[in-house]
Every structure is written in C-alpha cells, then in structure tokens.
Design a protein around this ligand. Structure first.
Ligand code: DGY
Length: 320
C-alpha cells in the first residue's frame, strides 16, 4: 500500500475550502496555533506533499529541506513574496496563488483609503470620539476633492485597473504607469512624471527587489504637497521613514496605508503623522473574497496533487 498524500495547512480555511480538503481523502494536518517553524522542528513536514499557507508564512529552503516529498504550495494570497519561488521552481515545486479573487475587495479598500486620506476622516472621527469636536464650522477639516483630480495608478494589473474604474466613477482623471507600455490612454512611461502630475497616487505593484522603496524620499518629494498616497500592495514598496517625515513636515497632504514594511509592526512616526489612515492589511478581508481565495488555493493544490482533474487549470502566479 502506498503512503498517504500528506497536506499541511497553516491557516484557517473559510468557505467551502476546508470541507473540500477534508473530503479529498488526503491526510490533512492543520497546524492550528503551532507556527510553521515549530512544525519544521517537530518533523511535521516529513510526509507532506502539499502545503496550504498564507502570506505570513515564510516558505524557503528550511521548509523545502524539511519536506522532501513536497510538490505543491498553495498560498491563500495573490502576493507570493513570502515564498522563495525561484528555489521552488528549481526543485520542481509548483506555487499556486489566487489571482483575480481579491481584485474588487482590494480596489474597494484602496478607494476607502483614498477617500479617508483626501477627506481627513480619520482625524475628524478621532476628534469626535474624544470629545474634541465643538460643532460644525466653515473652515473645519477641509480636505481634497476627488472629482476633477488626477489619480496616478502605479502598476497596471487587475487591481490597478479596478481602482481606475472606481476612480473614474468619482470623476477623477486616471493616468497609469507600468513596467511595460500598456498602449492604453493615460499611460505615463516615466514614474517620476506620473508622480509629479498626480493629485493622488495608488500603488499596485508586487514586492520584488526592483520595487523595494520604489517610493523613496526623492520620489516622495516629486509629489505635490496637496497629494495623497495610497498603498494596498506591499509595505516594502514605500520607504516608511521617508513617508513619515514627508507627512510630519506637511510636504504631503495625506496617506492611506493597508500594508507595512514589517507587519505587524508599523513605523512609530507613521502612527503619529498627520493625515494618515492606517489599516491592518484588510484589503481582501471580506467574507466572500476570503472564502473564494481559500477555495481557489485548495482547488489549485488538489489539482496539482492529481486529486482533481486538471481541466480546473492550476492558477498562475501573479502579484498584488
Ligand atoms: C494578497 O493576497 O497578497 C493580499 O495582500 C491579501 O490581502
């Protein structure tokens, strides 16, 4: 009798994904509160052929070495910067992500942050809750209009485009930048030019060595003092210390951030900066979206392990 196919699951699986995995006949090991490092140390990856993980799990050589039978990793995320994908490819391990599943939810949250930063809602709400609001006044909490303003979208993938559609519905003019010419109206080849022309900028590029601190001190200085910056992509794309300085010095009107360089730690000067709205990486956090992401990850894994027919094509890797 051949050994059972083992699957290690590091995170809760919302929606039908958990039931689907339970019904698969595979030997499923849910880590629960045990961290992946501890599981590696305890030898829980010895007989594992597939892993279902999420973006807080660092998947690199130490995991691959501990799991000699590993052939597939499915992450419940579209971003895969937590996985050493090059090493996975060299070892013939397939990496499955969830492209498309979170476009609308993330684009909605980018709009929420764009509105919050432009209309100073975080500051206004904090005043109201703390009893500092003394009543309506003509010159109170004056923010920036979206209608007629220019939104610069950095990264023209699915989520960037979904944000653009929403921004256009708010009356914004949208320009965009991507690594390759898109051939579409509004394309700006030079990122610096896009930043200088924008009233608001929304980031939608993956975390790679090339995008590390893409928005650094020099580029922040290209933004207008009336501009707002929104980041729902990855924290590493923005130099947080430089952003905090720009906000404290009022060289930037505001920022809306859902992602951070060292999650769950947030740069302390960002937390005290004026005009900033910070959220704990909830871009895809809707019931339907997270269920769909988990289902997509599990389907992809089961397909890769040969449990489901391969006409449900394994999902290609893509980035937020
Ligand atoms: C992803 O899937 O990469 C997102 O960051 C999760 O919200």
């Amino acid at each position: 009798m051949s050994a059972p196919i083992g699957v290690l699951v590091t995170c809760p699986l919302p929606g039908a994904a958990g039931e689907c995995l339970a019904a698969s006949g595979l030997d499923v090991d849910h880590l629960g509160d045990v961290g992946l490092d501890e599981a590696v140390e305890r030898g829980r990856l010895d007989g594992v052929h597939g892993i279902v993980c999420t973006l807080t799990d660092r998947i690199d050589a130490r995991v691959f070495d501990a799991a000699p039978h590993l052939t597939a990793i499915a992450t419940v995320s579209v971003g895969h910067d937590h996985i050493d994908t090059e090493l996975a490819a060299r070892r013939g391990i397939q990496v499955i992500t969830t492209p498309g599943a979170l476009d609308d939810a993330t684009a909605d949250l980018a709009m929420l942050l764009l509105l919050a930063a432009s209309r100073r809602s975080t500051e206004a709400e904090a005043d109201l809750r703390s009893g500092r609001w003394s009543g309506w006044d003509v010159d109170q909490y004056l923010g920036m209009d979206l209608a007629g303003a220019t939104l610069g979208v950095v990264g023209w993938g699915r989520i960037g485009r979904a944000v653009a559609r929403r921004a256009e519905a708010f009356g914004m003019d949208v320009i965009h930048h991507g690594r390759r010419a898109t051939g579409e109206a509004g394309y700006v080849a030079d990122l610096d030019h896009l930043l200088a022309q924008s009233d608001a900028v929304s980031l939608h590029v993956p975390s790679t060595p090339d995008t590390h601190h893409l928005i650094d001190e020099r580029r922040l200085a290209l933004l207008r003092p009336t501009a707002v910056l929104v980041n729902t992509a990855r924290g590493s794309v923005v130099d947080e210390a430089a952003l905090a300085d720009a906000l404290h010095d009022r060289r930037l009107f505001g920022a809306g951030l859902d992602v951070f360089e060292r999650e769950p730690v947030v740069h302390p000067r960002l937390l005290t900066a004026p005009g900033v709205t910070v959220l704990p990486h909830i871009g895809s956090a809707t019931i339907r979206t997270r269920s769909r992401m988990a289902e997509m990850a599990v389907d992809g894994l089961l397909t890769s392990l040969g449990v489901l027919p391969s006409n449900s094509t394994p999902h290609e890797s893509e980035s937020p």
